[in-house]
Ligand binder design. Structure first.
Ligand code: G6Q
Length: 549
């Protein structure tokens, strides 16, 4: 079971506080003059090179942080996590998404029951089905092959498949893939107007199959399918089976919706929505890039799981990254972290990690049910480099806030344009260097003087051109964006999230805040659709009336 220790009451936390006072103003630039920091603070694993030397740390910092992890019993928590214990206590569930990417002959049990056989069965079904769609042997109601696949889901049932499909677009086949998530009717209708019912497959993804957004969109899509260009007397009801499949744990509700039993891909309670891409929620990914690539994606994630489970903390990438997060979040009081992928393919990664991180660790009650008196989940944000350099990097360089930033890049580009790739990666490398070193007033003055500027002008301008530097970054460099390395990258962040939650003594795997949102709108919808309005505050009542009027 989890340890339920208050982190701030540990000996190592106290040591970290003292150490923080001693080190907080130290310039990284100075630390780089002593010893080989790059060698000391770089982790290499398979095709990953993770340099965390540009952080406000020394060997002593890392030692204290690792002692803290030990005192918080991280090792035991890892055993409970991988061992299928009910670590999602408030929902009474084990957390087993890692089992979905384990090898076919693994032995994994939940509540004493082997779960690997049913996982393998579902994988086989994903394989078979995706192959019939890709090859065109699955025919629509007029005998034509499928050309367009529409994933209907929201949150964990949308962000993952959307993000991975984009990330692996280079490996994509001929099929057009679409995502409908928002209950905004403009989203569904904008998408539907481009589609032909004869050649469209809808994949309705909802773990609960009760989610308002997804059911509304699925109903609208089904009505569209039944009516679009239908001839008088034509009954497409029976053809729904050829064009709608579902991924869900709620088989009854799916059948009631009208989806045939053989078109249902099961998932399990022990898979959280935001960790579900590895399950049949990834069906759209398998259809988009082919099952073999999907399997490679799982394989890469499993390899990272093994690294996470078996590596000592000082060699462990997710543990190290999580410890750095705690260091900045709880000692430097950093509120957010930026994720900057230097590849356009990963443009949805920050949004995906926003959900994974913020839904997991955005908690203010500890595992004992007591309010925490320390900071927990960080705010995650980001956009691809180099675009973000021309936008919000200003604040990272010269703003008042400390924003630890992950730079993610690849040694090789996929289309092989070396000229572009060198420019891209020169930006990545130069930014991490500049964020660390900054630019002193002396350097600024010299630079301005070299342009021939007059002394009075230099006096005026110099303060604005100074860069404080000392901004922390992690440089994650991977050989190539492949399904396998990408699976490993996602698993790296998932494991990091788990470690953070565990070190903050919170439950990372429930999401009561999201559940609340699901209920609230239902009440207001009654007010909007009905004649009477229930009691609200005066602002909400006036807004409802204004909207209705
Ligand atoms: C994920 C969350 C949430 C969930 C969506 C969709 O961890 O619980 O994002 O995935 O609310 O839920 P359904 O899949 O049940 O429709």
């Amino acid at each position: 079971m989890m340890n339920k220790i208050n982190p701030t009451k540990t000996e190592s936390w106290k040591k970290l506080l003292g150490h923080y006072d001693a080190i907080k103003d130290t310039q990284m630039k100075k630390l780089f003059q002593e010893g080989d920091r790059a060698a000391e603070f770089t982790l290499k694993w398979k095709d990953f090179y993770v340099d965390y030397s540009k952080n406000r740390i020394t060997a002593e910092t890392m030692q204290h942080l690792r002692d803290f992890a030990k005192e918080m019993k991280l090792g035991e928590a890892l055993d409970a996590y991988f061992g299928g214990e009910v670590i999602n206590e408030t929902e009474g569930r084990a957390v087993m998404h890692t089992a979905l990417r384990a090898p076919a002959d693994a032995k994994i049990t939940v509540d004493g029951e082997n779960i690997v056989d049913e996982i393998n069965e579902t994988k086989q079904k994903i394989k078979n089905f995706s192959e019939t769609i890709i090859s065109g042997s699955h025919k629509g109601f007029t005998g034509k092959a499928i050309t367009d696949v529409v994933n209907i889901g929201i949150g964990g049932s949308d962000l993952g498949p959307d993000m991975v499909t984009e990330a692996l677009a280079y490996y994509k086949n001929h099929l057009n893939i679409h995502f409908i998530s928002n209950v905004d009717g403009d989203h569904v209708h904008e998408n539907l107007q481009k589609l032909n019912p004869e050649t469209t497959l809808f994949v309705v993804v909802s773990k609960s199959f009760t989610t308002q957004e997804t059911l509304s969109n699925a109903n609208t899509a089904r009505n569209w399918f039944i009516r679009k260009n239908a001839q008088p007397g034509e009954d497409r009801q029976k053809d729904v089976a050829k064009h709608f499949v579902a991924v869900s744990t709620n088989l009854e509700a799916v059948k009631e919706f009208g989806i045939a039993e053989e078109n249902i891909f099961t998932m399990w309670d022990w898979v959280g929505g935001r960790f579900s891409i590895w399950s049949a929620v990834g069906l759209t990914i398998a259809i988009s890039v082919g099952y073999n690539n999907f399997e490679s994606f799982l394989k890469g994630a499993h390899a990272m799981d093994e690294h996470f489970k078996n590596s000592d903390f000082d060699k462990n990438i997710p543990v190290t990254l999580a410890l750095l997060t705690v260091w900045y979040n709880n000692f430097f009081k950093a509120e957010s972290e930026a994720i900057i992928p230097y590849t356009q393919y990963l443009h949805r990664l920050p949004a995906y990690l926003q959900q994974a991180t913020m839904e997991s660790n955005g908690k203010s009650v500890d595992q004992n049910g007591d309010p925490v008196d320390y900071q927990t989940g960080t705010i995650i944000w980001g956009e691809p480099g180099t675009n973000s350099q021309h936008a919000f990097f200003q604040l990272i360089h010269q703003g008042t806030k400390i924003i630890p930033t992950d730079f993610i890049g690849y040694k090789e580009s996929l289309h092989g344009d070396q000229d572009h790739h060198n420019k891209l990666m020169a930006n990545y490398l130069a930014q991490t260097e500049a964020l660390m070193t900054g630019k002193t007033e002396v350097e600024v003055r010299k630079e301005l003087k070299d342009t021939g500027m007059a002394g009075t002008e230099i006096d005026k301008l110099a303060p604005f051109k100074v860069f404080e530097g000392n901004k922390p970054t992690n440089s994650i460099l991977i050989n190539k964006l492949t399904p396998e390395s990408f699976g490993a990258l996602i698993a790296m962040y998932e494991s990091k999230i788990f470690v953070e939650g565990m070190l903050w003594n919170i439950f990372s795997f429930d999401q009561w805040g999201v559940e609340l949102g699901k209920q609230l709108a239902k009440n207001v919808l009654k007010d909007i659709n009905g004649d009477d309005i229930a009691k609200h505050d005066s602002s909400t009542t006036a807004l409802i009336n204004y909207f209705k009027g």
